[in-house]
Design a binder for this molecule. Structure first.
Ligand SMILES: [Zn+2]
Length: 102
């Protein structure tokens, strides 16, 4: 599924609820999911549950789409603009920014 299709699906499924909840409370849900991801990732790497991490990443992506929908932002356009097939800072692929650190 491409980014625009996913964002449209999230709008179709949840926009009515997201709109009722509003941007601030929707952002809190994104923060909640980030916290759940961090809870999993702070474990010893050998104890990390990859299924749980995958689910949290999916939730983060879904809440990001909800926020984008509330603000009428195209995630696909934003991602394409910020990451146009090369690093947005050094304009290389792969990125060489770390090579330029002192
Ligand atoms: Zn770079």
């Amino acid at each position: 599924m491409d980014i625009a299709t996913f964002q449209s699906l999230m709008k179709e499924l949840y926009f009515v609820y997201d709109n009722e909840r509003g941007i601030h409370r929707t952002a809190l849900w994104l923060g909640e999911e980030l916290g759940e991801l961090m809870h999993e990732l702070k474990k010893n790497p050998s104890k990390i549950n990859k299924t749980a991490v995958a689910e949290e990443l999916a939730d983060i992506y879904a809440w990001s789409a909800s926020i984008a929908n509330l603000l009428d932002i195209s995630l696909e356009d934003a991602i394409t603009k910020k990451y146009p097939g090369k690093c947005g800072k050094c304009l290389h692929n792969p990125c060489i920014c770390a090579k330029n650190l002192p």
